[in-house]
Design a protein around this ligand. Structure first.
Ligand SMILES: Nc1ncnc2c1ncn2[C@@H]1O[C@H](COP(=O)(O)OP(=O)(O)O)[C@@H](O)[C@H]1O
Ligand code: SF4
Ligand SMILES: [Mg+2]
Length: 355
């Protein structure tokens, strides 16, 4: 009997709650009033695929400008996708009309990097949260005021703060208010877009701990966006590394940190400081040359070739596909096998590529 239950739970939790396939978001730049200047396409997201199981966290990591927020906003349909599929709880939402999307948003909410910008300064905290309840016609048979108090307690705030306005709170408290507002509609999936990047380092761990506790208590599924691999290490189940609109490597967390295969992943990993000073001193780093190229004019072939220390002529011509190379690990590099001995792991010698 016990086994039957376990099997049932396992199969249920293995079904993806959020699944995107070949997701593209191309922004059209420039206006051609008189049919003159041709419009340019900025390929902010250019064919991203991943799936996240119930109660799991996928970390989505990459430098500023690589398209992470656009992935999040397109999943929430704040932008219409140019192409591709978005499935939430087995429902295809990529082409839903705004009215139908309103119902889906009950399952799918977003937490933003700057909680202050996303909270109306004129409204009290109680109003901000009860407005979220009203938009979705919630809750049934329970007064908004008591639900607001419940939500504030849930995120570790004293319910008496319901009468105050956002400016009276610290950054960390504002982020808690943003989380309470997102949770008001009892979502299943939270897209967390760099929720701690704007906070003091001393506050960051508290917000991370809160998000982890809420995930455990409420069974939430997270897409957690960050710009470095350090932040997502401790609580992601899988990690996807993004570069110029595409995923270059995606793997189970332990695999990615123990055996990174893409040169970009290795470079990002070698940028994380190691606490042990002896190890830190002995490390050799893959240093990235130059800036992130513009997505208006991305490099041909492998998009990373202008900054990759291992690039060859083949890299400049042929796009490497994202392929499964080990259980739970996919990488987009022509030379992942050859470079496997050349690791970017901390505490192991790696190529010094600074020229
Ligand atoms: N609304 C928009 N219109 C045009 N370009 C945009 C828009 N939003 C983002 N971009 C561009 O898309 C690219 C990816 O941006 P973004 O998703 O914000 O990256 P990240 O969150 O990784 O920093 C950038 O080049 C950015 O300038
Ligand atoms: S395909 Fe070539 S340029 Fe791209 S990451 Fe691999 S070695 Fe570097
Ligand atoms: Mg962003």
């Amino acid at each position: 009997m016990m086994n039957v239950h376990l099997m049932h739970n396992n199969s249920a939790s293995n079904r993806p709650v959020l699944e995107v396939a070949n997701l593209k978001k191309h922004f059209v730049i420039g206006k051609s009033f008189f049919g003159g200047k041709p419009l340019t396409k900025l390929k902010a997201v250019d064919g991203v695929s991943f799936a996240i199981g119930a109660g799991k966290t996928l970390g989505l990591v990459g430098e500023s400008g690589c398209g992470k927020s656009t992935v999040g906003k397109t999943i929430l349909r704040l932008y219409n996708p140019t192409e591709g599929s978005i499935r939430v709880l087995d429902q295809e939402i990529s082409a839903l009309k705004p009215k139908a999307m309103r119902d889906v948003r009950r399952s799918l909410q977003m937490i933003f990097q700057d909680p202050y910008a996303s909270l109306d300064p004129q409204m009290t905290v109680g109003r901000i949260i009860s407005e979220a309840l009203e938009i979705h016609g919630l809750p049934k048979g329970q007064s908004h005021a008591s639900r607001v108090k419940e939500l504030l307690s849930l995120v570790g705030l004293d319910p008496v703060v319901a009468n105050r306005r956002p400016k009276e709170f610290s950054g960390g408290q504002r982020q808690r208010i943003g989380i309470a507002r997102a949770l008001a509609v009892e979502p299943k999936v939270l897209v967390c877009d760099e929720p701690i990047s704007a906070l003091d380092v001393s506050i960051q761990a508290q917000v991370i701990n809160l998000l982890q506790r809420l995930q455990d208590e409420l069974g939430l599924t997270y897409l957690f966006i960050a710009h470095d691999l350090g932040v997502v290490r401790h609580f992601s189940d899988r990690v996807a590394v993004m570069y110029l609109g595409g995923i270059v490597e995606i793997a189970d967390r332990d695999r990615l940190y123990a055996d990174p295969l893409h040169p970009y992943t290795k470079a990002l990993l070698s940028a994380i400081p190691v606490p042990d000073p002896d190890v830190e001193q002995q490390r050799r780093r893959i240093l990235l040359r130059g800036e992130l190229p513009s997505p208006l004019n991305p490099p041909l072939g492998c998009r990373f070739h202008t900054r990759c220390p291992f690039a060859t002529d083949r890299c400049r011509e042929e796009v490497p596909a994202l392929v499964a190379v080990a259980p739970g690990q996919e990488v987009a590099c022509h030379y992942w096998q050859e470079l496997r001995g050349v690791e970017g792991r901390p505490n192991q010698s790696i190529l010094e590529t600074e020229k």
